[in-house]
Design a protein around this ligand. Structure first.
Ligand code: GLY
Length: 409
C-alpha cells in the first residue's frame, strides 16, 4: 500500500516536532528491519570482500607515509579506490568494519582480513600530533581485543592512550584536537574529539591502566559541555581557546556551513560521545546532556522524514550526510538503553527509521555503484569542496555497528 501524501506529511511533522510516536507502527518497523538483517549483512559482506580484493594489492605503497595504505573512499570520476596512509584519521574504520562483519557473519575470512588491516596501524600508538589516535586505535585494535577476547593488544592500546593524553592541557582541562602541542597561539577543539575519549576510558580501567585517563576524559567532556554547545543543544564545530585566559577566543565554522548553524556529523559525534561517557562513568550529567543534544537533532525542523540529515542543520535542501545518520543511529540505540518508557522508545524508533532508510536502495549501494562501499551520499568536508555526496568509510563502520547493536536488542 502506498503511503498517502497526508500520512507522509504527518510523519514528517512528527519528526519535526520530536513527537514520540512509539507504538505498534514502530514495533513493526523494527521487526521488519530485524527480519532483513541477515540479507543486509550478507550484502555488506559481499561488498567488503570486493573492497578487500581491490585494496589488498595497494596495501604496500611506497608513496604513502609509512609505506602502507588503507582504503578510505572512492572517486566516482575515476572509479578508483581512495587509499590513505596509515596515519589518516579514518584508517581504523575499514578494519573495524571487517571486525563487525566477522561478528555478524562468523566468517573466518573477515577475521583474517580484519587482523591484517588492523596490525598495519600499530605505529599510530605513538602519534601525538593530532587527537585521532583514539578513533584509529580503538575502532581497529579495540574491536580486535573485544571480539577475539585477547589481551595481546593491551600494551599498544595503553601506549595510544598515553599518546593522546599528551595532548591534554591541565590549565584548560581539554585535549587539543588539531595542531601541534607546542602551539601557544591556537588551541583548537572539535566535538569529534568526544569519540576519542572511549580509548581513554578503556585505558583507565584496563589491567595496567591508569585512572588519570578517566580524569582527563571527564575533564574534556565537562569543559566541552560548558562551551561547545548553544543553549538549544546545537554544536559549534571548531572552538579556539586562549591558553592564557582559558576563554574561547574564536569560533570557526570548520566543516559546518557557518558559525551559527550545527554541522550534522558534529552533532552526531556529540550524541554518541556523551552517551558513551555515561556508559563509562555512570555520571548522569552526561546522560542528560546526551538527551539534550539528541533532542536537538531528532526534533530539528530541518530533519528530513527519513531521518538522514542534511550535511548541516542550517543547509536544508542541500546534500544529505549518510555518515551523520549512521553515527547518530548507533548513538541513539545506545541512548535508548539508558532511558525508559516513551523517551527510550522515541530514540529507538528514530534510530530504526534511520537504519531502515540507510538500508534502502536510496542509500545502500548496489554492486560496484559506489566502489563497493556500503553507503552512498556521505559528506566529508563540504566548505572545502572535499568528499561531497560520496561513500565514507566511517559511515559504513557506524552503519554496521548500529545494525549489530539493533540485532542484540
Ligand atoms: N573531523 C572528523 C570528521 O570529519 O567527522
Amino acid at each position: 500500500m502506498k503511503t498517502s501524501h497526508a500520512v507522509k506529511t504527518m510523519l514528517a511533522l512528527g519528526v519535526a516536532l520530536g513527537i514520540a510516536t512509539a507504538g505498534r507502527g514502530d514495533e513493526s518497523a523494527e521487526a521488519a528491519l530485524k527480519a532483513q538483517l541477515p540479507k543486509i549483512f550478507a550484502k555488506a559482506a559481499a561488498h567488503y570482500r570486493a573492497l578487500d580484493a581491490a585494496a589488498t594489492p595497494l596495501m604496500h605503497d611506497a608513496n604513502q607515509r609509512g609505506g602502507l595504505g588503507v582504503p578510505h573512499g572512492w572517486d566516482a570520476k575515476t572509479g578508483k579506490l581512495d587509499m590513505r596512509d596509515i596515519f589518516w584519521w579514518t584508517t581504523g574504520h575499514f578494519p573495524g568494519s571487517l571486525w563487525y562483519l566477522y561478528e555478524a557473519t562468523g566468517d573466518a575470512f573477515f577475521k583474517d582480513r580484519a587482523l591484517a588491516w588492523t596490525e598495519i596501524l600499530a605505529p599510530n600508538s605513538k602519534v601525538t600530533d593530532n587527537h585521532d589516535v583514539g578513533f584509529i586505535m580503538y575502532c581497529s585494535f579495540g574491536n580486535a581485543r573485544r571480539i577475539l577476547g585477547t589481551d595481546r593488544y593491551d600494551a599498544l592500546l595503553l601506549e595510544a592512550a598515553a599518546s593522546l593524553a599528551q595532548r591534554f592541557d591541565k590549565g584548560l582541562g581539554l585535549i587539543r584536537s588539531w595542531g601541534e602541542i607546542s602551539d601557544k597561539k591556537d588551541f583548537l577543539v572539535i566535538p569529534d574529539n568526544m569519540m576519542n575519549l572511549e580509548l581513554l576510558e578503556w585505558a583507565a580501567n584496563a589491567p595496567g591502566g591508569d585512572r588519570r585517563f578517566d580524569a582527563i576524559a571527564r575533564s574534556h567532556a565537562d569543559v566541552t559541555m560548558r562551551h561547545h554547545f548553544r543553549p538549544d543543544g546545537g554544536t559549534f564545530h571548531v572552538l579556539n581557546y586562549d591558553q592564557r585566559t582559558h576563554r574561547v577566543q574564536e569560533i570557526r565554522r570548520g566543516q559546518g556551513a557557518s558559525c551559527e548553524t550545527a554541522w550534522s556529523r558534529g552533532q552526531s559525534w556529540a550524541i554518541y560521545g556523551y552517551t558513551m561517557m555515561f556508559r563509562a562513568t555512570r555520571d548522569r550529567r552526561y546522560l542528560d546532556f546526551a538527551r539534550k543534544v539528541a533532542d536537538f537533532a531528532i526534533s530539528h525542523p530541518a530533519m528530513p522524514a527519513d531521518g538522514v540529515p542534511y550535511w548541516d542543520f542550517g543547509a536544508p535542501g542541500e546534500e544529505r550526510d549518510s555518515s551523520a545518520a549512521a553515527i547518530m543511529a548507533s548513538g541513539l540505540l545506545e541512548l535508548s538503553g539508558f532511558t525508559s518508557g516513551e523517551e527510550s522508545a522515541k530514540y529507538r524508533a528514530f534510530a530504526v527509521r534511520q537504519l531502515a532508510s540507510l538500508a534502502s536502495p536510496a542509500y545502500f549501494s548496489e554492486g560496484g555503484e559506489a566502489g563497493h562501499w556500503l553507503l552512498k551520499h556521505g559528506v566529508g568536508y563540504k566548505p572545502a569542496g572535499s568528499e561531497v555526496d560520496t561513500p565514507l568509510d566511517y559511515g559504513d563502520y557506524y552503519f554496521l555497528e548500529a545494525l549489530l547493536r539493533l540485532s542484540k536488542m
